[in-house]
Design a protein around this ligand. Structure first.
Ligand SMILES: Nc1ncnc2c1ncn2[C@@H]1O[C@H](COP(=O)(O)OP(=O)(O)OP(=O)(O)O)[C@@H](O)[C@H]1O
Ligand SMILES: [Mg+2]
Length: 339
């Protein structure tokens, strides 16, 4: 979609299913004299097309379980897609071997939600930060390595004097700064940040967000930024991808999507925030339950909760329209001019 030379990451027709029915034997049942194999899968990502431009901060939003983390992990090569492809700087990366992935392990880094879980409690900060440098830059000697680590620590606001300390000696915000430093020490180009501030105290969320924005500017980073928090998107995101049940329902420049949301789901999502809500719009309450990704609804995955759904919505999966590449929406009602 919207392939330009400026794309760093291109995700095409991406699917991820998790098998949850257990082993082969668990899947076999005996019905009416016949052996039947029943495979149960969670359809976490269903046909996502998305490109991430060099230097941007693309935010992915949507309610819990809609597949945000799965997309991040797929892009990082931590999960194997069921179908589809991922290209990085023009090179297909989803089918590479472990060895072939090594250069990308340096260029692409991930920051997780929980700094408590993502840092090894038994290693000092110096060790945690030096290890990836030693691996990816074997040409550096010990003092050059220490210098690089000290520089990055300084840049995230952690004094290099504290390098001999262990993660538990730091506060939550400091620990997240250390995880950010760990991602930055190897000079990455692209960072997947999965809810990097949501586990932190509200009072320090803005500081850590600013740190990520400064790092982006200074190091010309590209972000895939996963978040629940729409005010963060408004602040930080160049573009926003709105997801519902593993599909993209709206994708475009943040300003456009926020000022003129098109998809009924995006409208409901944005209307929940008083600050963003425009004067004429009221809080839109969605009826119905979020369907499970085990039994995905036919057609548009949102049709069961959509006030504008008609037969076509129940039967056909809507595609992102291509009339305006800066603001795209996947909705039959909009395509047919009904809303
Ligand atoms: N390893 C797994 N095995 C089985 N199901 C999984 C696995 N990982 C994720 N899922 C399921 O895939 C769906 C998408 O999960 P994902 O973690 O990507 O959602 P999310 O949008 O990141 O949610 P949250 O906002 O809560 O972090 C969910 O239904 C989840 O239960
Ligand atoms: Mg998640």
């Amino acid at each position: 979609m919207n392939q330009t030379d400026n794309n760093l990451v291109a995700i095409e027709n991406l699917f991820k299913e998790f098998v949850i029915s257990g082993s082969f034997l668990d899947e076999i049942t005996f019905e009416k004299g016949k052996l039947i194999r029943k495979r149960e899968t969670v359809k976490a990502v269903n046909g996502v097309n998305m490109n991430i431009a060099q230097g941007e901060a693309l935010c992915v939003v949507g309610e819990s379980g809609c597949g945000k983390t799965t997309i991040g992990r797929l892009v990082m090569g931590l999960l194997q897609p069921t179908r589809g492809s991922i290209h990085y700087a023009g090179q297909r990366i989803d089918d590479l071997s472990r060895d072939q992935l090594i250069p990308y392990r340096r260029k692409m880094q991930m920051i997780f939600q929980n700094p408590y879980a993502s840092l090894n409690p038994r290693k000092t900060v110096n060790y945690t930060l030096s290890e990836p440098v030693a691996y990816h830059f074997p040409e550096l000697n010990k003092s050059e390595r220490a210098e690089k680590v000290a520089e990055v620590m300084e840049s995230v606001g952690i004094s290099p004097k504290w390098g001999d300390r262990f993660p538990h000696e730091f506060s939550g915000g400091q620990r997240q700064r250390i995880s950010i430093a760990r991602a930055l020490t190897v000079d990455p180009e692209f960072i997947v940040a999965d809810e990097p501030i949501s586990a932190l105290d509200v009072s320090i969320q803005a500081q850590v967000l600013n740190l990520l924005m400064d790092a982006q500017e200074q190091r010309k980073l590209t972000y895939l930024f996963i978040t629940h928090d729409l005010s963060v998107v408004e602040h930080f995101g160049t573009r926003v991808a709105v997801m519902y049940l593993g599909t993209l329902c709206e994708f475009g420049e943040t300003k456009k999507v926020f000022s003129q949301p098109k998809h009924p789901y995006t409208k409901a999502l944005l209307s929940a925030i008083p600050k963003i809500r425009t004067t004429e719009s009221k809080h839109i309450k969605l009826n119905g339950e979020v369907p499970t990704p085990i039994n995905l609804p036919s057609g548009c995955v949102f049709h069961g909760r959509c006030p504008h759904a008609t037969d076509i919505c129940k039967q056909q999966i809507p595609e992102l329209d291509s009339s305006d590449s800066t603001h795209r929406v996947a909705c039959h009602a909009i395509a047919e001019g009904r809303i």
